[in-house]
Design a protein around this ligand. Sequence first.
Ligand SMILES: Cc1ncc(C[n+]2csc(CCOP(=O)(O)OP(=O)(O)O)c2C)c(N)n1
Ligand SMILES: [Mg+2]
Length: 612
Amino acid sequence: MRLTTAQALVRFLANQWSERDGAEHRLIAGVLGIFGHGNVAGIGQALAEEGAGTGDPLPYYLARNEQAMVHTAVGYARTRRRLSTFACTASIGPGATNLVTGAALATINRLPVLLLPGDIFATRAAGPVLQELEDPRSYDVSVNDSLRPLSRFFDRINRPEQLPSALLAAMRVLTDPAETGAVTLALPQDVQAEAHDWPEELFARRVWHVPRPVPEPAALARAVELLRESRRPLIVAGGGVKYSEAWTELARFAENHGVPVGETQAGKGALPYDHPRAVGAIGHTGTRAADTLAREADLVIGVGTRYTDFTTASRTLFGQARFLNVNVTAFDAAKNSGLMLVADARAALRALDEVDWRADADWTRRATTLATAWQAEVGRAYAGTELTQPVALGIVNELAAGGVVVNAAGSMPGDLHRLWRASDPEQYHVEYGYSCMGYEIAGGLGVKLGAPEREVIVLVGDGSYLMMAQEIATAVQEGVKLVIVLVDNQGFASIGNLSESVGARRLGTAYRARGAGGELDGAPLPLDLAVNAASLGADVLRADTPESLRAALVKAKESARTTVVHVEPVPGDGPGAQAWWDVPVAEVSALPEARAARARYDEAKRDQRSYL
Ligand SMILES: Cc1ncc(C[n+]2csc(CCOP(=O)(O)OP(=O)(O)O)c2C)c(N)n1
Ligand SMILES: [Mg+2]
């Protein structure tokens, strides 16, 4: 079959399916893109020829920023439990390098995305091409090589003949739960347009079976032994529980064996907040219940977690525990010198559930008491007559039943992790692997594309909004409705507080004009982000009291259009961090507050463990 390389690529992608538990899904749901000379005549032409409307196998979505389109693909892939994703086509040069942050985010979060940056001439016939970065040491380098360390598979298609094997490898990695992440096929613009005779079989319908690896019997036997020795076990539920859709097995295991369950950001909602074994968020942004138990536990059963410093409170939690790590990747299962149970979360929890063993009844009871006390604290933080951030989150929480809340960076992820009452496993979507400012709206668009039946409520700080709000235009273009709650506190509340705590005097963390003395401490900037949102095509409502926020959210939910609710919260915090986070402080300084911060730091650092 004689087609261009780009036409063959598009036709191949339209015929790829994933399968797990007997259900098939389109592996590539569509193509997000921005055209330029590196892709318009290749992929652009191919999509136009194959048909790229919503009724076609590969609908095309015009995005506003290449980084944002990776966020959209990630939001979609996470919502679809990694069984389906988008391809992202970018032009040469800046279009391609704009993918970099998105690629890192996808790989860190173990979420599949297919990146298709245009690349410089394979023939080198007309180099240097517009936007080409030349490396004097080699012509075999382009800016796309910056995607190599961020991609779980990277290939450059310098000849059409290379395409089939590259495509098969790309699909394998996208659908492998242990390997998945960003997958990049760099596409020289001349090769995209080049014709070739392809074997018909390349375009056959192909189904990629997503495995559920079972635990190896010997490893399972070792795990059972470890369980039997434990009296005070604690589960850390991570994103792997959700990707595996293992929440029923998690609940059953926790119930049958009396094991309390703490949750990471990616795992939050694995159990409903009021499940008798749920103790809520764990780690630096954890609940007092989970963090207290973490300090006393004799066994931590990590399920699908990669144990970031937020989860371990920079290795100051779990001081008395041994680790049993259920993970589909050996890399994560081996962390903290844990006993490795390399397996799918659902398969492993089913196997472990067979064991005749229970936690001490006192331990299980104590977990319940602590969790109940924490819920009372959440109730107090959510109640209030003034519109503080926790009160605003409480109102969103109350009105988000059956929906999804989306967030990523700033002061809200911590508050959400500690406070949010997740009623079902789909409800909580906080990107905290990369905690990337700007993920919120673009990622929320992907969430909504993945779960159109759900109300998607995006929470975004003003800092994040200013970094990447433009996908509101894409949502409007697609008639995809988002409710966006823009929490405007005129700067970086999170980093402002962090700055103060490390002796950095809040430098450069508030949105202020340069003042008379030459510092960034002048008048507040005259920004009106509500007007900005309206200019992108959203409906806009403003709220400054709990009542007006509730009314605005009700109205936004009733509307069919993307609506931004602009909130300026009054100062007021909920419960703060219950465990430490290691952010190194200046060892010498002339500033007294920095010296005091260093003294506090040295003190806290003593609790850090090696987990060897
Ligand atoms: C792309 C990116 N740059 C920088 C950071 C570091 N950072 C984390 S939170 C934050 C401020 C966020 O401000 P805003 O969205 O207004 O949230 P707030 O802290 O005010 O709640 C910054 C700069 C980041 N997470 N992502
Ligand atoms: Mg802010």
